[in-house]
Design a binder for this molecule. Structure first.
Ligand code: ADP
Ligand code: MG
Length: 328
């Protein structure tokens, strides 16, 4: 199959067209209209086979994840997603693979009312690069740099599920720490393969929070990005980390905490809230049915302290990162 017929068959007019796309797939550039009083948010992420996903991953899940991780970055800035570009490098033009990939991609685009506006199609080792763009009013942009000492630290949803899902795929969750339960297993696998970007959470948090980041590398890594950008420290109460029942049915509470702290790939939002905004944030997130949990507080000392029952918590993170080398 030729590049042009691939583009035409799988990547042209797959979804309801947006009116702000003046020229989409097919010309030398896409031409798009930014709404008045908004600024453009742009992000790019690449997924490489064997590095960011297991080579045997099915094409529908690859498409979902590649798009979701980009939408998650937009969400973390408070932006509403609008347009995406897709640079696809394929070892061969397998039509079954392309059809499953393109269907899944289009389904997620349709769900968020976004359009694929262009891209590039090349031959080589499987890799997917997506650029996603969205809008946000300039005074509603949520950066990593706005946290202040005393701000409460919150996360959406639950942590550690995706890490456990990867452990199941790679069979690094061994018999000692696994009690088999197939419903819980499929939930954890879904959390790993098809993460849900917190788009609605991001826009709901606009003008209410002081900083935000999406958790892709793990809580410990990502809170440090906020600390560095905001020149703050942080106290995290590991006893407060939100852990799903599905995860607890698989691993010990201790191992669940380790996954929640370090495994990554959950794509939940981590954000900081000034004390006088906490009630407003709780009400707003409750009204859109997005669970949030306070897990700590920003400090002025520049350091990260993990605590459990008021004592220092020692993480085993470095020990098991070897078992989950795919993360990146
Ligand atoms: P050019 O040579 O001008 O860069 P290409 O042949 O690479 O054009 O692409 C032709 C058109 O198809 C362009 O509009 C480009 O944006 C679009 N396109 C190419 N690959 C993809 C893809 N995988 N998904 C969406 N659009 C694509
Ligand atoms: Mg090109």
């Amino acid at each position: 199959m030729q590049e042009f017929s691939i583009i035409e068959q799988y990547f042209t007019n797959q979804t309801q067209p947006r009116r702000d796309v003046l020229v989409g797939v097919g010309d030398d550039c896409a031409i798009t209209q930014i709404p008045e009083n908004h600024v453009l948010a742009t992000t790019t992420d690449t997924l490489v086979s064997g590095i960011h996903f297991l080579p045997e991953t099915n094409p529908a899940d690859i498409a979902h994840k590649a798009l979701a991780v980009n939408l998650s970055d937009l969400a973390a800035m408070g932006a509403t997603p609008a347009w995406v570009s897709l640079a696809l490098t394929l070892p061969d033009a397998n039509e079954d693979w392309l059809s499953e990939f393109a269907d899944s991609f289009a389904r997620l685009c349709e769900y968020y009312s976004i359009n694929l506006i262009g891209g590039d199609t090349t031959r080589g080792p499987l890799s997917i690069t997506i650029t996603a763009q969205g809008f946000v009013p300039p005074d509603s942009v949520i950066k990593r740099s706005g946290a202040r000492p005393g701000d409460a630290i919150f996360v959406t949803g639950t942590l550690g599920d995706a890490g456990a899902g990867l452990g199941l795929l790679k069979e690094t969750l061994t018999e000692e720490n696994v009690a088999l339960d197939s419903l819980a297993a499929s939930y954890l696998l879904l959390r790993h393969n098809t993460p849900t970007p917190r788009v609605l959470a991001g826009t709901t948090l606009r003008r209410k929070v002081s900083s935000c980041i999406d958790i892709s590398d793990g809580l410990i890594g990502d809170i440090q990005h906020i600390m560095k950008a905001s020149q703050c420290g942080a106290n995290i109460n590991v006893g407060a980390l939100p852990i799903s029942n599905e995860l607890l049915s698989f691993v010990s509470p201790e191992y669940a905490i380790e996954l929640a702290l370090s495994a990554g790939d959950d794509y939940e939002l981590l954000f900081t809230v000034p004390q006088d905004q906490i009630e407003e944030v709780k009400t707003a997130m409750h009204s859109v049915s997005i669970p949030i949990t306070q897990i700590g507080q920003m400090t002025g000392d520049g350091e990260l302290h993990l605590k459990q029952n008021n004592q220092a918590y020692i993480t085993q993170a470095s020990a098991y990162q070897h078992e989950i080398p795919l993360h990146g």
